[in-house]
Ligand binder design. Structure first.
Ligand code: FMN
Length: 305
């Protein structure tokens, strides 16, 4: 079993589920708890229970996935109940993902979810809420939401970050995260505004038309974003690398970029919770092959030309 140090946490196992992958009920979360995942992330919860967008809304296509789920979830009160039950059944840290639709909701979610959560994971990056922009791309809103959440919790906070395709925008977010005191960054969420067209059927395959792309196609964006966080924070903010991790070798590359631990959604959907053990064994083999005594030794070690 590989160990990881993630802030104050000594993890037995270096993977978690990317939020949204089979994690919206106690049963599904317990499956993750009983797997070789080192920590657990919940489905993003909102103030009101949501059915999500109408379907079809999710396809797995080879090693990629496109979804326009629209945050279906049982609502924050039920999620608080699920997480407090989960915490009686596992010692693994639980990152509770949340998304308020205004400041008041964000404060209320933080207050109610905090007692059971180890970490509040603030999802500022869902691309599938029809008519709503991703908060993280708006610096003023990002700062206001994070400040409101900090006011209403005594727990550590993580930000689930969208893919930044512009380095200036990513730096602007980093400055806010530093100012507000973000404790972890999970990078990256799906790439929004994507579309799946079946040319044979001449058809847009998602009912909501646009969706977020996950899976292998994301990994170079993920590596690039993680490296930029690593260089900005110089290791002071632990990073969970997410996006396109299909193998332990992909996770190894995330570690070399600067990630301390890893999350996987599409691969978990495809393979089930056994993916965590498989990828961890592969990562361990990579570390050995490259003469690293531990995962921590490899973090940030990607060489430059
Ligand atoms: C069906 C599906 C639902 C998702 N729901 C959420 C969610 O509720 N909250 C969130 O932060 N990310 C959500 N994501 C994004 C994943 O957590 C992850 O960031 C993204 O898929 C990239 O990782 P991957 O390449 O391993 O899939 C979802 C992804 C998928 C495929």
């Amino acid at each position: 079993m590989l160990k990881a140090k993630l802030g104050e946490y000594e993890l037995d196992g270096v993977f978690t589920n990317g939020s949204g992958a089979n994690d919206d009920s106690l049963d599904k979360l317990l499956q993750i708890a009983d797997s070789r995942a080192g920590f657990i992330t919940t489905k993003t919860t909102t103030f009101l229970p949501r059915p999500g967008n109408p379907g079809p809304r999710f396809y797995i296509l080879g090693n990629n996935a496109i979804n326009a789920m629209g945050l279906p979830n049982p609502g924050y009160k039920e999620m608080a109940r699920i997480v407090s039950e989960l915490k009686t059944r596992t010692k693994k840290p639980v990152f509770v993902s949340m998304s308020g639709f205004n400041l008041e909701e964000s404060g209320e979610l933080a207050k109610t979810l905090s007692p059971a959560a180890d970490v509040l994971e603030v999802n500022l990056s869902c691309p599938n809420l029809m008519g709503k922009s991703q908060i993280i791309y708006n610096p003023e809103q990002t700062e206001a939401v994070l400040k409101e959440i900090k006011k209403n919790t005594n727990k550590k906070i993580a930000v689930k970050a969208a893919p930044f395709l512009d380095p200036g925008m990513q730096n602007e977010f980093c400055e806010i995260a530093k100012k507000v005191g973000v404790d972890f960054i999970v990078a990256i969420n799906t790439v929004g505004n994507c579309m799946y067209i079946d040319a044979d059927r001449e058809k847009i395959m998602l009912k909501p038309k646009w969706g977020g792309l996950g899976g292998e196609a994301l990994k170079m964006i993920g590596w690039g974003n993680v490296r930029r966080y690593y260089e900005f924070f110089k290791g002071s903010v632990p990073i969970i690398g997410c996006g396109g991790i299909v193998s332990g070798k992909d996770a190894f590359a995330y570690a070399l970029a600067g990630a301390n631990a890893f999350a996987s959604a599409t691969t978990l959907y495809k393979e089930g919770v056994g993916c965590f053990g498989r990828m961890e064994d592969e990562l361990e083999a990579e570390l050995k092959k490259h003469n690293y005594a531990s995962l921590a030794d490899a973090v940030g070690k990607a060489k430059e030309f």
